[in-house]
Design a protein around this ligand. Structure first.
Ligand code: GDP
Ligand code: MG
Length: 598
């Protein structure tokens, strides 16, 4: 088809508002995927993704559509991940489009994620088509939600589409709107090749499969390409379109979306946002907007069994082939032995990697509490960045510590404003703004230290608003604060993975709460175990775990003690992950204790 009949669009929505269901319906209605082939939520094909009901990895689908005007169109849907951790990928997918469907659940309304994505789409000058989904629900209030979209986003909703992705209502209207409202790509076939990478994944047979949108020029099978940021060159083996299964073609032109393989060894060599050009006739400038996604959250991963260290290394290597944002380097801890310090885009990314290591690679891991990157200015005038609290330089060498701050935007029903302000204040938040929206809903903006957000802020926000509030955050820079390192000593030995960096004014409270929590979490042993929290050599809180008494043991077991004990031990081993630190067995939960403080 001519470029004037191509439409590239994405769907932006808050989690659970129906993006995947709508995408399925579009694929079905256009006959791209037959009903028989249609698995539920075709686009979310990662197991983990489906279980959690979130979209992690974006993909694309090309649909052929005959419009009501009798013309044939190609509609490329570029899916976006639905989580703040992946907002850079969202921005690159949007950069590959000319329009977006804004899907809002008509029984809920605008949420924080909706807003964040709409702002990204507006930054890229996309044509935005509002779709009110789930109008089949008895609680749907399309007029109220239209008002919200107009008020908060400033988008005209007079021609918003009322839809039910589930019942198939409004689907043909949506397809027609895409044809009529989303502009066609610019016709720049004559210019030197520039194609934007918006996704990639590793395939063990073909190497990295790159998904891209041709912005200018033409790309042919067999072409020698250059990636402008990584400066690497490859020969294209395979070129094709996604319908949504891969179908090979000989060439792709400006405006089209496709995939290629070129014996690329790891996704880090073909990063999202990089520009593909021809090695023989390169473009002068790469496409704008490339940055390397930087990890913001770090933690230590240690095998419970020291023999599994090499297995862990191999598993991380394999995951890294497919995940350019994952960072890791070997770490040796006096308490934990050998492991890795790993960097992630955010907490969800961290959880996904941990879960995959355990499920797909069958590893038993101890994960230490998440930390952020601190900037430490030293007295000699130099600066260091540290991602591991136990590496904080001595106070005598430090001039100041700076920590990353984020702006957090929350949307909540009015009645939870109080509890959410209290939460934000208790996390050292700085109040910025509050706006009343329609029908008793409110936006609340705070600036917060990232370290206070990566702990359990999200869970707390959800529980204090009974699930009704939503949030979004983005980095706004570094700020100096009086921070100190809080060490935890178990049985007299400092346990480095339990060290945290805290605000001076909170150190006493955190130390006390931490040792109390550890007392609950660490099982009793045959001997008494002292627990201490200390800043330098000053102990700020202490507790102890009393020794087990033999008679207590006998009383509670009764009967054949040794048999029952063995049984119990066996059960405990299956359930509890323990790490021996000195002579003390410390369970996994203890390493996360800092996240469980009230
Ligand atoms: P996503 O997170 O935005 O991809 O949302 P999903 O497409 O996974 O949908 C979330 C939930 O809403 C699922 O249980 C869907 O079955 C349901 N859902 C999606 N669209 C509709 C709709 O139009 N009506 C109703 N009643 N439920 C819907
Ligand atoms: Mg989804």
């Amino acid at each position: 088809v001519p470029v004037s009949n191509i439409r590239n669009f994405s769907i932006i929505a808050h989690i659970d508002h129906g993006k995947s269901t709508l995408a399925d319906r579009l694929l079905q209605t256009t006959g791209t995927v037959s009903n028989r082939e249609m698995k539920e939520q075709f686009l979310d094909n990662m197991e983990l993704e489906r279980e959690r009901g979130i979209t992690i990895k974006l993909q694309a689908a090309r649909m052929n559509y005959r419009g009501e005007d009798g013309q044939d169109y190609v509609l490329n849907l570029i899916d976006t991940p639905g989580h703040v951790d992946f907002s850079y990928e969202v921005s690159r997918s949007l950069a590959a489009c000319e329009g977006a469907l804004l899907v809002v659940d008509a029984s809920q309304g605008v949420e924080a994620q909706t807003l964040a994505n709409v702002y990204l789409a507006l930054e890229h000058n996309l044509e935005i088509i509002p779709v009110l989904n789930k109008i089949d629900l008895p609680g749907a209030e399309p007029d109220r939600v239209k008002g919200e979209i107009e008020e908060i986003i400033g988008l005209d909703c007079s021609s918003a589409i009322l839809a039910s992705a589930k019942e198939g209502i409004g689907i043909s209207e949506i397809l027609e709107s895409i044809v009529h409202l989303v502009p066609p790509p610019r016709d720049t076939v004559q210019e030197p090749l520039r194609a934007l990478i918006f996704d990639s994944y590793y395939d063990s047979y073909r190497g990295v499969i790159v998904y891209f949108r041709v912005m200018d020029g033409t790309l042919k099978k067999g072409d020698r390409i250059r990636l402008m940021a990584s400066r690497k060159e490859y020969q294209i083996d395979e070129l094709g379109v996604l319908s949504p299964n891969q179908i090979q073609v000989d060439e792709l032109h400006a405006g089209e979306v496709g995939y290629l393989s070129a014996a690329i060894k790891a996704v880090a060599d073909a990063r999202v946002g990089d520009t593909i050009t021809l090695a023989t006739a390169p473009a002068k400038e790469p496409l704008p907007g490339y940055t390397e996604a930087k990890p913001m959250v770090f933690c230590g991963l240690f095998p419970t069994d020291a023999d599994e260290f090499e297995d862990l290394r191999e598993a991380l290597e394999k995951l890294r082939l497919n995940d350019a944002a994952l960072q890791y380097e070997p770490e040796t801890s006096s308490a934990m032995g050998f492991g890795f310090r790993c960097g992630f885009l955010g907490l969800l990314h961290m959880e996904i990697v941990q879960e995959r290591l355990e499920r797909e690679y069958d590893l038993d891991l101890i994960t230490t509490a998440p930390s952020v990157i601190y900037k430490v200015r030293l007295l000699d005038g130099s600066e260091v960045y540290i991602d591991n609290p136990s590496h904080l330089p001595d106070p005598q060498k430090r001039e100041a510590i700076e920590e990353p701050y984020v702006q957090v935007d929350m949307i909540t029903p009015e009645e939870f404003v109080g509890p959410l302000m209290e939460l934000s204040q208790s996390r050292r938040g700085v109040f910025k703004d509050m706006k009343y929206l329609t029908q008793g809903r409110t936006t609340l903006t705070y600036e917060l230290p990232l370290a206070e957000v990566v702990t359990d802020f999200f869970d707390q926000m959800k529980s204090r608003s009974r699930g009704y509030a939503s949030m979004e955050y983005h980095l706004i820079g570094y700020r100096e604060n009086p921070l100190v390192k809080l060490d935890i000593l178990i049985n007299g030995d400092p346990v480095d993975p339990l060290a945290t960096i805290v605000h001076r004014d909170k150190a006493y409270y955190v130390g006390k709460a931490l040792v109390e929590k550890l007392k609950e979490l660490i099982p009793r042993h045959q001997f008494k175990i002292p627990l201490q929290a200390a800043i330098g050599s000053r102990v700020v809180a202490s507790e102890h775990i009393p020794a087990l008494r033999k008679d207590v043991l006998a009383k509670c077991y009764g009967g054949d003690i040794s048999r029952k004990k063995k049984l119990l031990q066996k059960q405990a081993k299956g359930k509890k992950r323990l790490k021996a630190i000195g002579t003390v067995d410390v369970p996994q939960e203890a390493f996360m204790a800092v996240l469980k403080l009230q």
